[in-house]
Design a protein around this ligand. Structure first.
Ligand code: FPP
Length: 234
């Protein structure tokens, strides 16, 4: 079976999971953080080398302050409690997105987590935080213009490969498979450049219920697809 090298996940449905149980939304996010652990374990066991998860979008800052504080609080706790285990499991952590919008202590924890896991090679886990695909592309464009104005880049030589080097995901292979949970079928500003040829799989499970069986089902759907990258075969 063809195993995707890079799986990206849009974790959706925490709020609906909580509402269906008469619980506050934060209960769904808390259970969602447990599902992240299951996804990481499933990725490692399946031989996936890269896992990228969408934990917080640029637009999520517009949620009510209480929910934003719940989400950043969960992130703070996750960073302080999970790092040791991720490290022991050979996971290398990276973060993409505008980290300057988080409190200083969180920014410090993000940098420390990246530093402390930089030698790990079993799974590359990228967590998208305060991330938006268009913002990432606009930031890359700004960096390209700055490099050109500084005489470090010849505009005539700007091709796709060079541009990719300016994205937050530079050095990361494009996702082969993007999974979205909760039945919604859209990308919501996630990895817009990188998803050009990704296979999309939409699962009817709410993120807090996500487990290894769902991960395996998405991988088999992926394996059954014929990927042509725009070329025609036969
Ligand atoms: C989408 O559900 C989920 C989020 C906006 C947050 C994702 C966060 C987690 C899974 C937990 C924290 C993760 C880490 C890495 C600490 P929603 O709230 O949009 O659900 P709804 O569409 O049902 O309302």
């Amino acid at each position: 079976m063809a195993v995707p090298a890079h799986v990206a996940i849009i974790m959706d449905g925490n709020g609906r999971w909580a509402a269906s149980r008469g619980l506050p939304r934060v209960a769904g996010h808390r259970e969602g953080a447990r599902a992240v652990r299951r996804a990481v374990e499933a990725a490692i066991r399946s031989g996936v080398s890269w896992l990228t998860i969408y934990a917080f979008s640029s637009e999520n800052w517009r949620r009510p302050l209480g929910e934003v504080l719940d989400l950043t609080g969960l992130l703070r706790r996750y960073l302080r409690t999970e790092i040791a285990e991720l490290k022991a499991n050979g996971v290398r952590l990276r973060f993409i997105g505008d980290r300057t919008r988080f409190d200083r202590d969180i920014q410090g924890d993000l940098a420390a987590a990246e530093h402390d896991t930089q030698r790990n090679i079993r799974l590359n886990l990228t967590i998208a935080l305060s991330y938006g695909g268009r913002a990432e592309i606009a930031a890359a464009a700004r960096a390209v213009v700055a490099a050109a104005l500084a005489g470090q880049l010849d505009p005539a030589k700007l091709c796709e490969e060079v541009f990719e080097g300016f994205l937050a995901t530079a050095g990361t292979p494009d996702p082969d498979l993007i999974i979205r949970t909760s039945g919604e079928q859209r990308l919501s500003n996630f990895l817009l450049w990188q998803s050009a040829y990704a296979e999309l799989v939409f699962l009817d499970v709410l993120w807090p219920d996500f487990n290894e069986t769902h991960f395996a089902a998405a991988l088999s759907t992926y394996a059954a697809r014929e990927r042509r990258f725009g070329a025609r075969t036969g």
